[in-house]
Design a protein around this ligand. Structure first.
Ligand code: NAI
Ligand SMILES: N[C@@H](CC=O)C(=O)O
Ligand code: NA
Length: 442
């Protein structure tokens, strides 16, 4: 048997994920070597401060602040620093030197993916990023390889662990967004800047990556419609639960034809109502779930830990083993394509259901006036529920006489937007309390 030399692995970053990857590489070196057919040697770990406290104790002699020297001469570079720079520059340096790269950096992949693939292609190096979407859940490989012979129609997913954790705590414990976010940060789920999580940037990056893979089309991050959860109130979450829904931040990628019959794709992220009987409603904590509907395979569901240091390390190490095996056996490695090159359609092209909560004034003909607005804009009302606001003893009476919760049939986003604008300026409307899309129904 031919003995292969030890493969040299450089790790950039030793935070929540990086420290766990280093620990696993060191602890399971023999087992990994047996699976790969060659030894793996962690040659160093680039950090900002060698004396900083870490989740896991790491051998001090491996720590360095000189990332560039560490990259030179490596076979595999594992980037777990996060952010665009210097991660992009380090990855380009690694690829240019012929090293394979493993990253969990969805911000970078969603923003500079084509540049990095191009750089990898020029030298025949590989770029792996399973951890970038769905943390530990295998989803990149299934889309890129297992479903490469099928036609993906739609993806509906919870792809951000932090926001799912927050919405779940609001729902099950009545905590505020701020309280739940602080705990998510302590547990290592949140990004270094948690704005990326709560404003939906992280989920939008993942939606762009998923849509690109699923539809063989480059979906730039700027074309992903994004709404985060900062506008979601505890009142909305409580009201949703009472009405048989839960609020979830969803990433939706689908094939679509617009009003002019143009075939394209849509990638979008927003908080939506999901029926409490839907499997996505049962995704608790920082877990993620991704539903894929493919023409031949039908519906498939991928579920598991979407965030967390050690869980995400599993996906990173899987990529390290893939990259390492390719060093041993050679060959061209994985390929991705954007041959379909479909247009990415704007949010105004989509159709879905909506729930609108309107506080109305005590005037004759209110219901008829509201119904006329929906009719005028071609939005069909499916359900209407009316409640009278309860006034606490001693508090000011509300200016609104009643609250209407209106559920629509499937409607065009543009028509719904026009309906909401007309309601806002209607003389019988005190205020629009909430507009949420409803997903997970046919
Ligand atoms: N934490 C999680 O659950 C998941 C994280 N990811 C991704 O994994 C990557 C790492 O995330 P975390 O470990 O959570 O982040 P983190 O913030 O805990 O760790 C990043 C580490 O990199 C270090 N670093 C940053 N710039 C550096 C530089 N120029 N030189 C040396 N060290 C530098 C930081 O000091 C920090 O220790 C990110 O791209 C993130 O989006 C992906 C999936 C899940
Ligand atoms: N901050 C991210 C980490 C994983 O991608 C999340 O909360 O999902
Ligand atoms: Na994954």
């Amino acid at each position: 048997m031919i003995e292969y030399r030890n493969l040299r692995i450089a790790l950039l970053g030793a935070g929540s994920v990086g420290a766990q990857v280093a620990d696993q590489l060191l602890t399971h070196a023999d087992e990994l070597a047996a699976r790969i057919g060659a030894g793996v040697e962690l040659t160093g770990i680039a950090v900002r401060d060698v004396d900083a406290p870490r989740d896991v104790e790491l051998p001090r002699e491996l720590l360095t602040t000189d990332a560039e020297s560490l990259i030179l001469g490596s076979d595999i570079v594992v980037e777990l620093m996060g952010g665009l720079e210097p991660a992009r520059t380090f990855i380009l340096q690694a690829l240019a030197s012929g090293a394979d790269v493993v990253t969990a950096n969805k911000a970078l992949m969603a923003t500079h993916g084509p540049e990095l693939f191009e750089a990898a292609g020029q030298v025949g190096a590989q770029l792996y990023y399973e951890a970038a979407v769905g943390g530990a859940i295998p989803i990149i490989r299934p889309l890129r390889d297992s479903l490469a012979g099928d036609r993906v129609e739609r993806i509906l997913g919870i792809v951000n662990g932090t926001t799912n954790f927050i919405l779940d705590r609001m729902d099950t414990r009545g905590e505020s967004l701020e309280q739940a976010l602080a705990i998510a940060g302590e547990l290592g789920y949140a990004e270094a800047d948690p704005t990326a999580d709560i404003e939906g940037y992280d989920a939008a990056q993942k939606a762009g990556i998923l849509a690109s893979l699923a539809f063989h089309t480059l979906v730039p991050i700027e074309s992903v419609h994004r709404e985060g959860i900062t506008g979601v109130t505890l009142d909305q979450v409580v009201a949703a639960r009472k009405a048989g829904y839960v609020v979830k931040l969803l990433a939706i990628c689908e094939r679509l034809s617009d009003a002019d019959g143009v075939d394209g794709v849509s990638a979008r992220v927003y908080p939506a109502l999901v029926p409490d009987t839907h499997p996505l409603a049962a995704v608790h904590g920082a877990n993620n779930a991704v539903f894929v509907e493919a023409e031949a395979a039908g519906p498939l569901m991928f579920y598991g830990a979407g965030a967390g240091g050690i869980q995400t390390a599993s996906a990173v190490l899987g990529d390290v083993v893939s990259a390492a095996r390719r060093h041993v056996v050679g060959g061209p490695g994985v390929a991705e394509s954007t041959h379909a090159d479909l247009p990415v359609l704007p949010i105004s092209s989509i159709t879905t259901r909506y729930q609108i909560t309107v506080e109305v004034l005590d005037e004759p003909g209110v219901l008829a006036a509201i119904a006329a607005v929906f009719l005028e804009h071609g939005v069909s009302v499916e359900t209407l529920e009316q409640t009278v606001p309860e006034t606490e003893p001693g508090s000011e009476p509300s200016a609104a006489a009643a609250t209407l919760v209106i559920g629509t049939h499937r409607a065009a986003e543009a028509d719904l937007a026009a309906t909401v604008a007309a309601l806002t300026s209607s003389s019988v409307v005190h205020r629009i309390a909430s507009v949420l899309r409803v997903e997970g129904l046919s």
